[in-house]
Design a protein. Sequence first.
Length: 415
Amino acid sequence: MKFHLLRLDLLHLPQGGLATAPHPGAAHGLHHHLLLERLEGSPFLLHPGELLRALPLQLLQLLVIPAQVVCPLLPQLLQHGQIAQEDMAAHVGASRTPQEVMEHYVSMYIHGNLGKACIPDTIPNRVTDHTCPSGGPLSPSLTTPLPPLDISVAEQQQLGYMPLRDDYEIEYDQDAETLISGLSVNYDDEDVEIELKRAHVDMYVRKLRERQRRKNIARDYNLVPAFLGKDKKDKERPAKRKITKEEKELRLKLRPLYQFMSCKEFDDLFENMHKEKMLRAKIRELQRYRRNGITKMEESAEYEAARHKREKRKENKSAAGARRGREDGKDGEFAAIENLPGFELLSDREKVLCSSLNLSPARYVTVKTIIIKDHLQKRQGIPSKSRLPSYLDKVLKKRILNFLTESGWISRDAS
């Protein structure tokens, strides 16, 4: 015995009752409660005979899709997983549209009891996709070529760059291909020869990986635009923050480590170091506030203003003291000899010499006169005997001779 499951509350029947519906179109636009009254509260699940007696033929054709329409489509669906639009239109005919048949199939077979019983909610033994993580062992990003460099044709020729291949005429380890260029697999190769050839191939693969790694580093850090001078425009743009001299020196020291980190990771590293430095300075500032009894940020502004004024006064006092010290030093440097006779006859360098040797200007002038006179007599060939004063020891004599020689009063051979 077959039953039809019918949603009676979705039907709209004519006011005159079920038997008076003249054609299928009259079943639209009318209320459903008349049907409920005519069926006298019959349940949704009806016997076929009762359904046929209750519903007119035209309305029954609207509600039920015949089996001869759906069944021929099932083998094609089982074989191909879908139903072609033209095949569906050929089997359905003019009575039903392909869209109505597909909706009937989805509602009755997929979302119905049959689909719920056959299709589990969680499908076991799902294959895990290991190619999704970027940079993984099977990631497609490993074999995806990088976009070509944005450089002009003249610059490409200068670098020997081939944009379609993303290669250069002169690569890193240019002779790497010679490892495998002469290899050939023969049937009579021994195990040792096969292992040797495999070792050559492995060496070649490692060289290729190193070559690609260097390309990636050059692309990541924009070394090619930097070589061509194109990064000047980027440098002219206002930076996020001003880079200090210490940070520049640290970047230069860490340059050999750039190959182990990406450009973004290095920028993040220095940004975090800058944040750490700022936080440490802020912590020291707050600790200074606490030592001075400041517990609220509103009081810190007044404290900073007073501290700034106090430091300004200290700077002014220290600057004035240094200025007075320089003036006093200039006057006090020759205080011991400035009142002695002959002081006005000395040059500035001679004043410094006399002050350092603790020699009076008159004695210095006497020694200077004797040395120059003896030097002139020797140049004229007149024999002369040194008549230097007794108070002039060897150290003073040597210092004065060196000074007169450097000043050009006597020649170097005389000293």
